[in-house]
Write a protein that binds this ligand. Structure first.
Ligand code: 3PG
Length: 210
């Protein structure tokens, strides 16, 4: 299996990858612009709403400076749809060989999820060293991931799940963490209110984390 390159470079674009569930298509561009205004150039749009794929397509087409990922990719069909929509990368909460193979077949960089040493070792055996540690807080927190740094020295992570502005710095201080993911930049209540300036404020605050 020849792995598609690029996910590590995307992880290095900033300390935080915002995870956003877009419920209204006309929010897609304002959200991307609000993040960009705050200095963030990567967005993960979860495939958890009816307009997710169209939102990814809108951002990919109209905001080429924004690196847009499809989140919650669970199967090869969604991988292909995300690629066709113009996504730059895909994120999955877990992984299995057919899913990884589909990312290779599409040429879509994948950030696959793993929560245990065995899951991480399985990915490493497939040639994957950049992973999403998910669900980061519930699976064991930063102490758990720190404990894996020595035995799994090649693995590098984007912890996601339960991370807050208050805890992000602890995660980013770990030697095996490149960036963190989180929904706190654009939470549902902020999106429901259409308060995009708040998203910019949250994005700006991330600059001091990394
Ligand atoms: C998700 O899939 O929703 C992400 O893991 C975000 O998690 P969070 O809402 O706890 O930041």
């Amino acid at each position: 299996m020849t792995l598609s390159p690029g996910i590590r470079e995307i992880m290095q674009k900033g300390p935080v990858i915002p995870v956003v569930t877009i419920e209204h298509l006309d929010h897609a561009i304002p959200i991307a612009d609000a993040l960009a205004e705050g200095g963030i150039s990567v967005i993960e749009v979860t495939l958890r709403s009816p307009v997710s794929m169209d939102s990814i397509a809108a951002i990919a087409k109209n905001r080429p400076g924004m690196t847009v990922g499809a989140g919650t990719v669970l199967n090869p069909e969604q991988m292909k749809s995300a690629k066709d929509a113009g996504a730059d990368f895909a994120v999955s909460p877990g992984a299995y060989p057919k899913l990884v193979q589909s990312s290779v077949d599409c040429g879509l960089p994948l950030l696959p999820g793993a929560a245990t040493a065995s899951e991480m070792m399985t990915l490493m055996a497939m040639g994957i060293t950049a992973m999403k540690f998910f669900p980061a807080t519930a699976a064991g927190g930063s102490g758990y991931l720190k404990a894996l740094a020595a035995p799994l020295a090649e693995a590098e992570f984007c912890p996601t799940g339960g991370i807050t502005p208050e805890t992000a710095a602890d995660w980013l201080a770990l030697p095996n963490v490149i960036c963190v993911g989180g929904s706190w930049l654009a939470p549902n209540h902020v999106l429901a209110a259409g308060d995009f300036a708040v998203i910019t404020d949250h994005a700006r605050a991330c600059a001091t984390l990394g």
